[in-house]
Design a protein around this ligand. Structure first.
Ligand code: CP3
Length: 342
C-alpha cells in the first residue's frame, strides 16, 4: 500500500523532498473539457457530486491530464450544511443558494450533528473508489470547510461580498453563533475522520471567508473551532488555508496542523518568519498569472519557488484556479515546478 509518489506527504511532514510537490486548488473542474463532459452526463453539479463513480472519475482526471502530485476528492464544502439538515442548490453561473438560511435559535435547534457514514456516505464511497482507481499513484486529499466559513453560508444563504448577515449574527447573538459553530465543528470532525477511514491521505480545511473578520472576531469565532478540529485529527497531515487572514498567521501557526496555505498577498519570507520553521507552507501564485504568456508564467513560478526555498513547500496557487484558465497554462505552471531544481 505504499504510494509511488509521496512527495506531498513528505513535504507536509517536513521530510526531505527531491523536488517541490505541486497541485492546484479547484483542479478538478471547469478548466477541463473532460470534466465538462462528465458534468453534462450527470446533469448538475449536485448529481455529479453525489454519484460516487462519477465523482471519482473527475477526481482522477487532473492526475492523468495535468500530472499533478495529488488528487483532491471532488465534492464541495457545502455538503456539511446539507448533511446537518440545511439543503442547498447550485445555481448555474451564480453559485450556492440555501432556500432556508438559519435565522433563529429554533433553526439552530432543528439542525443535527451529522453522521459521516449515514449522511455523507456518498463522499466516503467516492473516496474508496478513487483510492482503488488511483492505484497508489499519488496521495488523495480530503477536505472540509472551516466552521466559520460554513456558518457564513448557512446564515447568509448564498455567497456575498460582505457576508454582513453572517457578521451581524456574530455581533447580535454570539450565543447562537457559538452553538451553531460547535454543531458544525462536531459534524466536521466526524466527517473528516470518515474521509480518513475511507482512504484520504491528507486533509485540508478551507477557511475561505477568514479575511472578512477582524483579528478579534477571528480569534473568537474561527480559531477555537479550528483548534478543536486539528486536535481531533491525528491520523494524517493537516493543512489550514485561511484566505486573506494575513493578520492571523502567527496564531494559525499555533494550531496542531502541519501545513499553512498562503494566498498571493502573503509574502513567503515574512510568512516563514511569522510561523517559524516547524510548518510547511503551501501556495501562493496569483491565479491571474496563468492568464499571462508562457515566459511570464515560467518567470513568476521560478520567483515563487526561490522565495519559498526547496524544502517545506508545497507549490499551489493562492486560491482556486479560475474556470476560464487555459489548461495548457496550468500545465506550464506544473511543468515549471517539476523542472526547477534549486
Ligand atoms: O478540485 C477541487 O478542488 C475539488 C472540488 C471542490 C469544489 N469546491 C468543487 C466545485 C472544492 C475543494 C471546493 C471547495 C469550496 N466550495 C470552497 C472552498 C475553496 C474556495 O474556493 O475558497 C468554497 C468557498 C465552496 C463553495 C462554492 N462551491 C462556491 C462559492 C461555488 C460557486 C462558485 C465557484 O467557484 O464555482 C461552488 C461550486 C463548485 N464547487 C463548482 C465546483 C467544480 C462549480 C460548479 C459546477 O461545476 O457547476
Amino acid at each position: 500500500m505504499t504510494l509511488k509518489n509521496d512527495l506531498l506527504l513528505r513535504a507536509a511532514r517536513g521530510e526531505k523532498t527531491e523536488r517541490t510537490p505541486v497541485w492546484l486548488m479547484r483542479q478538478a473542474g471547469r478548466i477541463l473539457a473532460e470534466y465538462r463532459a462528465v458534468r453534462e452526463k450527470a446533469g448538475s453539479f449536485i448529481s455529479l457530486a453525489t454519484t460516487p463513480e462519477l465523482a471519482a472519475e473527475v477526481t482522477i482526471q487532473p492526475v492523468d491530464i495535468l500530472g499533478v502530485d495529488a488528487a483532491i476528492i471532488f465534492s464541495d464544502i457545502l455538503v456539511i450544511p446539507e448533511a446537518m439538515g440545511l439543503p442547498y442548490e447550485m445555481i448555474e453561473k451564480r453559485g450556492p443558494w440555501f432556500p432556508n438560511p438559519v435565522q433563529t435559535q429554533a433553526d439552530v435547534d432543528r439542525l443535527k450533528v451529522s453522521d459521516a457514514e449515514t449522511d455523507l456516505g456518498y463522499v466516503l464511497e467516492a473516496i474508496r473508489i478513487t483510492k482503488r482507481d488511483l492505484n497508489n499513484r499519488v496521495p488523495l486529499i480530503g477536505f472540509a470547510g472551516a466552521p466559520w466559513t460554513i456558518f457564513a453560508y448557512m446564515i447568509e444563504g448564498s455567497g456575498s461580498k460582505t457576508f454582513s448577515k453572517a457578521k451581524r449574527m456574530l455581533y447580535t447573538d454570539p450565543q447562537l453563533s457559538h452553538t451553531l459553530l460547535q454543531k458544525i465543528t462536531d459534524s466536521t470532525i466526524a466527517y473528516l475522520k470518515g474521509q480518513i477511514t475511507a482512504g484520504a491521505d491528507l486533509i485540508q480545511i478551507f477557511d475561505s471567508w477568514a479575511g472578512i473578520l477582524s483579528p478579534e472576531q477571528y480569534r473568537t469565532f474561527s480559531l477555537p473551532y479550528l483548534k478543536q478540529i486539528c486536535a481531533a485529527i491525528q491520523e494524517v497531515p493537516k493543512t489550514v488555508f485561511a484566505k486573506d487572514a494575513w493578520f492571523a498567521r502567527a496564531e494559525i501557526a499555533q494550531l496542531e496542523c502541519d501545513t499553512i496555505g498562503l494566498d498571493w498577498t502573503m509574502n513567503p519570507a515574512e510568512s516563514r518568519q511569522l510561523v517559524g520553521l516547524n510548518k510547511t507552507l503551501q501556495g501562493n501564485l496569483d491565479p491571474c498569472v496563468l492568464y499571462a504568456d508562457y515566459q511570464t508564467i515560467e518567470k513568476e513560478v521560478k520567483n515563487m519557488l526561490k522565495a519559498f526555498g526547496p524544502q517545506r513547500h508545497i507549490a499551489n496557487l493562492g486560491h482556486g484556479v479560475y474556470p476560464d484558465t487555459d489548461p495548457d497554462k496550468v500545465r506550464c505552471f506544473i511543468e515549471t515546478v517539476k523542472a526547477y531544481s534549486h
